[in-house]
Write a new protein. Structure first.
Length: 274
């Protein structure tokens, strides 16, 4: 009976099925997912509102923000697993699991951040100098960054769910993603567009308030607060959508290649089935 239940939960899913399941899971544990992101992202978001004109302060904030988002993603991965195994989500246990492999999570995320930073730096140099010789470098960095995003989509859950460490997780992620890179890339684009649309919907009322309360083209205190609150709220609500959908894509790849089911997930996570 348990095996049959596992197979019902973990059948193969197409793009539409994954998006639909994302909102089913989110809707079932909306409060927990919002707390999971807010508890670590909100303090940093509030720090960004401090009017300090300092390059060093901005760099420190970006580093802290990177760390918090990386940990929130790892926690969300474990939360999705808890949904299937135990039908409930424990925020504290999610972060305990992330800390268990905290170093590996940070290494994977740091590589992605470094690739992104190098691409942005080269792109800015290309725009400022207009030297076409820099263009191939920018394109190579862009390609490397996109490939890494594809492989980290499967490597990050391998760290949290299966317990792999950073380099082993990348090899595991490559094995899972191999020959399905285009599908993963297309799915990630769609997930991002869905998240963007949701963010616009949430942010729209705050933008309307900001527009009404603005003094011509100059923002007022009320309009600035409206935009800030709306942006923070939208990011906290929307981030779980991308986290959940990426985790479901990882599960789907394992179902297709390994016959994955909830019983195996339960063993890997060390969580008893409900």
């Amino acid at each position: 009976m348990e095996e049959q239940s596992s197979q019902r939960h973990f059948g193969q899913r197409g793009l539409g099925d994954i998006i639909s399941e994302t909102f089913v899971i989110y809707g079932s544990h909306a409060k927990k997912f919002i707390i999971l992101v807010a508890v670590i992202h909100l303090p940093v978001a509030l720090l960004t509102t401090i009017p300090i004109d300092s390059r060093i302060f901005d760099i420190i904030l970006n580093i802290i923000n990177f760390i918090t988002l990386t940990f929130a993603y790892g926690a969300a991965i474990f939360a999705v697993g808890q949904h299937y195994v135990a039908e409930q989500v424990s925020v504290s246990r999610c972060y305990t699991r992330v800390l268990w492999r905290g170093k590996s999570v940070l290494i994977l995320g740091a590589v992605q951040a470094a690739l992104g930073a190098m691409f942005l730096a080269v792109s800015e140099l290309l725009i400022e100098t207009e030297r076409l010789l820099i263009l191939p470098v920018a394109l190579i960095l862009l390609g490397a960054m996109l490939l890494y995003v594809i492989y980290i989509t499967t490597a990050a859950p391998a760290v949290i769910v299966e317990g792999y460490r950073s380099l082993s997780a990348l090899r595991r992620g490559f094995a899972l993603a191999r020959e399905t890179e285009l599908r993963i890339f297309f799915n990630l684009i769609v997930y991002s567009l869905v998240a963007l649309g949701l963010m616009i919907v949430i942010l729209l009322p705050f933008l309307i308030v900001a527009t009404i309360t603005a003094a011509g083209e100059e923002p007022t205190l009320v309009s600035s607060i409206a935009v800030t609150v709306g942006t923070i709220l939208a990011s906290i609500i929307v981030l779980p959508v991308t986290y959940i959908s990426a985790t479901l894509l990882y599960y789907d790849l394992r179902v297709r290649k390994e016959g994955y089911n909830v019983s195996r997930l339960s063993e890997e996570m060390g969580v008893a089935t409900a």
